[in-house]
Design a protein around this ligand. Structure first.
Ligand code: FAD
Ligand code: UDP
Length: 378
């Protein structure tokens, strides 16, 4: 269904396109200030890519579009999300299968000692890796340069090259260095995947949080409804968190995205003993295996559900997951951003609307900021 098909008038309403964190937080903030908001989503459910749902047979909470761990350094965002559900402390401790062994990830002292068969202290490990690193690369621009200058060839080839080629379908020499900068390298035994002040899992899942954010008398929600540029009449303002290239009818071509396929396996007991295990070897076709029940260690489940995750290029009918943002794509993106800046009455927000990799906390923080600026401009 397209907005407008049903012929109702929405004069005086603001529209938020997309019921993910971006659209929902914006809707709530506007509603709190007395404005009437219509939230529209193409999918039959709210919560965008953070959608969680209990499996009808096992009652396990499933992260339907891939695993989501809430983490932030922002007191403001932490306090915001805690209004809507109890966020139970959870530390993401990822393991990695590589060349027949299991390692700790991100790279830490255990990973280094295991890979090189050593018993190095933190200081010794730092010196050791300095000798491995290619110090001739002073200003790394690509993923590969970043890895080689940071940790050297053995670590790069064991943990990063194969995984990255599977994940992005692109040679690491063509990917931006910023992708790897998301991962820390530690010279201690800390195996927390994130270095954040706060980290946790919502007790009742992300869908519950979004439903509560949207639960306001000034907010109406319409699901299974595609909102296009042609639907944009009769509204006071539009906050659009759909893909920016789609809004403009792909006039400048399709921006590159990766999408994911999930292979579901159900078994008894414990499949892998951890929530996330990455598979770094290129001859293993999946990138990682996620065992959903380990995200809620406070619950007991006899059965288990795992998703093997496969990455591939996003086609026209697939869900866009990761913006690729190749160095060469910048010109195309710049054209869309230029068009977006000239689009009257529309604010482009969120992961798809701005074509950036955004964690949930940043999506929330930006949504709060967008409303503050919008209200001040009225
Ligand atoms: P989305 O959640 O994508 O919501 C956009 C919504 O807009 C969608 O529901 C879509 O259906 C709707 N839409 C699009 N076009 C239209 C249209 N024309 N009309 C109507 N509706 C439309 N972040 C973390 O903080 N921690 C994690 O561990 C983490 N893991 C992730 C794992 C994966 C696999 C992925 C892909 C992302 C992960 N993220 C994680 C990022 C997180 O998913 C995003 O921060 C969050 O989804 C951003 O919310 P959003 O509202 O901007 O976008
Ligand atoms: N990466 C890798 N091997 C791993 C984990 C990550 O090569 O075992 C690379 C990969 O290119 C990934 C990037 O590091 O995209 C950032 O890691 P992160 O966990 O943030 O991945 P994402 O959020 O992209 O899934």
């Amino acid at each position: 269904m397209f907005v407008g098909d049903e012929g109702y008038s929405m004069n005086g309403y603001i529209v938020c396109v997309g019921a993910g964190f971006s659209g929902s937080v914006i809707a709530r903030e506007l509603a709190e200030r007395g404005m009437r908001v219509l939230v529209v989503d193409a999918r039959p459910h709210v919560a965008g890519n953070c959608f969680t749902q209990r499996d009808s047979e096992t009652n396990i909470m499933i992260h339907v579009y891939g695993p989501h761990i809430f983490h932030t350094n922002s007191d403001k965002v932490w306090n915001y999300i805690n209004q809507f559900d109890e966020i139970i402390p959870f530390v993401n401790r990822v393991k990695a299968h590589a060349r027949g062994k299991v390692y700790s990830l991100p790279i830490n002292l255990l990973t280094i000692n295991q890979l090189f068969g050593k018993q190095l202290s933190p200081r010794e490990a730092e010196d050791f890796i300095k000798h491995k690193a290619d110090l001739s690369i002073s200003n790394p621009e690509t993923f590969e340069q970043q890895a080689l200058s940071f940790v050297g060839r053995e670590i790069y080839e064991t943990f990063f090259r194969g995984y990255t080629r599977k994940q992005w379908g692109i040679e690491p020499q063509k990917l931006p260095a910023s992708i790897l900068r998301r991962l820390p390298v530690r010279f201690n035994y800390d195996d927390n995947y994130y270095s954040c002040k706060y980290q946790g899992m919502p007790k009742n899942g992300y869908t519950f949080i979004i439903e509560r954010i949207l639960d306001h008398p000034n907010i109406s929600v319409q699901l299974s409804t595609v909102f296009t540029r042609d639907s944009a009449k009769n509204f006071e303002h539009i906050f659009y968190s759909g893909p920016i290239d789609s809004w403009f009818g792909y006039s400048e071509g399709h921006l590159g995205y990766r999408t994911l396929d999930f292979e579901r396996i159900q078994e008894d007991g414990d499949f892998q003993g951890n929530a996330v295990i990455n598979y770094c070897d290129e001859d293993v076709p999946w990138t990682r295996i996620v065992e959903h029940k380990h995200f809620t260690p406070w619950e007991n489940h006899e059965k288990t559900i795992v998703y093997r995750e496969y990455s591939r290029l996003c086609g026209p009918s697939d869900s866009p997951y990761y913006p690729i943002r190749l160095v060469d794509d910048k010109q195309q993106l710049e054209k869309y951003l230029q068009m977006a800046r000239q689009e009257h009455g529309v604010t482009f927000v969120g992961r798809l609307g701005t074509y950036r990799y955004l964690d949930m906390d940043i999506a929330i923080s930006e949504a709060l900021g967008v409303v503050d600026r919008f209200v001040t401009s009225l």
